[in-house]
Design a protein around this ligand. Structure first.
Ligand SMILES: Nc1ncnc2c1ncn2[C@@H]1O[C@H](COP(=O)(O)OP(=O)(O)OP(=O)(O)O)[C@@H](O)[C@H]1O
Ligand SMILES: [Mg+2]
Length: 329
């Protein structure tokens, strides 16, 4: 029953093997929802346009980014990943763009940045929603012109880098909060991949659980019926990463060939009904946010034509204009 996509996927033709830093991750894509994501990814792989991978924490955004790279004409070139939320703006700038000799105290020699390291390949900007504002303009310029400038140097030069970024944040909300540039959002969301939360693709849960159990390399071979029931019923706020940890926990505690329900962590066995629980984070958002996001999406898809967007949305043109003015405030 387990379907590990080691070969090209029958649906999308994509090879869902994601070469990672520690070996190669075999990617499980059993659910229709994940099949659809990979199918879309396969259409994006050949292009050089930036890709935004969106989804809750632990859903597999980096895995998807690696698949895009591994299936692109750039596969033989580097995949360079950086968490852009982890560094203060000035350090991040020299990390991404490099610096010239004497650019700042301690810069005894020139150093190339990650854009140069990824030349010919893919630069993966993780947590893009938290990128310092100060650097977003520089990133936008690099995306628009394909040129970068090292810190402390005046000459720009071109690099051949495909940018894939990921975030668990709602970028339109970040724009509204003034934390993300709208022009960068427009640039990045041309090609987007939405990785669904694990609770919305329950067909992936057991295949993933078996895969992670096999990776543990213990004598434990499977799950009892009761354990499987628990796995399938859980809300998975931490998504695939949480499942990985749960399986690890189960494999460590199992005393027979199968992981039983009491080998699973407490939060799975306490029997909390996710539908009635208030402790589980749910992705509940105000209607106005969803409306705004959809309107901007349609406007973008209509290449900025308000009359066309109004027609698609079924709104009067001045209603759309009024809403857009509201958003711009
Ligand atoms: N479809 C999959 N098949 C196999 N392993 C997967 C799959 N999806 C995710 N994983 C594994 O789950 C873990 C989390 O995946 P990943 O790091 O890609 O998630 P993420 O969305 O980038 O998380 P975060 O938001 O925390 O950065 C990783 O160890 C990854 O190898
Ligand atoms: Mg990640």
């Amino acid at each position: 029953m387990e379907r590990i996509c080691g070969d090209a996927c029958r649906v999308c033709g994509l090879v869902p093997i994601a070469p990672g830093l520690s070996g190669t991750t075999q990617v499980i894509v059993r659910s229709d929802a994940m099949q659809a994501v990979l199918k879309r990814a396969s259409r994006f792989a050949a292009s050089d346009a930036p890709v935004a991978v969106l989804g809750e924490t632990g859903t597999g955004k980096e895995v998807v980014a690696r698949i895009v790279h591994a299936n692109s004409p750039r596969a033989a070139r580097p995949f360079v990943a950086i968490n852009v939320a982890a560094l203060p703006a000035d350090l991040l700038e020299s990390e991404l763009f490099g610096h010239g000799k004497g650019a700042f105290t301690g810069a005894a020699t020139a150093r190339h940045g990650l854009f140069e390291a990824a030349d010919g390949g893919t630069l993966f900007l993780d947590e893009i929603g938290d990128m310092p504002l100060a650097l977003q303009a520089k990133l936008l310029r690099a995306l628009q012109d394909g040129e970068i400038r090292r810190v402390g140097e005046s000459q720009s030069f071109s690099v051949d880098v495909r940018v894939v970024c990921a975030t668990h944040r709602d970028l339109a909300l970040r724009v509204r909060d003034g934390a993300f540039r709208e022009d960068l959002l427009y640039r990045l969301r041309v090609l987007t991949l939405d990785v669904p939360p694990l609770r919305d693709r329950r067909d992936d849960i057991l295949p993933l659980a078996y895969r992670f159990l096999a990776e543990e390399g213990t004598a434990v071979r499977g799950f009892t019926r009761a354990a499987k029931k628990r796995l399938l019923a859980h809300h998975w706020p931490g998504n695939v990463r949480e499942l990985q940890n749960v399986v690890r926990h189960g494999a460590a505690l199992a005393t027979t060939d199968d992981v039983d329900e009491e080998d699973l962590p407490d939060e799975l066995t306490r029997g909390v009904d996710p539908a009635t629980s208030t402790s589980q984070p749910r992705n509940l958002r105000p209607l106005a946010d969803v409306e705004r996001e959809h309107i901007l999406y349609v406007l973008d898809a209509c290449q900025g034509s308000q009359s066309e967007a109004a027609r698609v949305l079924g709104l009067a043109r001045n209603t759309l204009w009024r809403k857009l003015r509201e958003y711009a405030k």
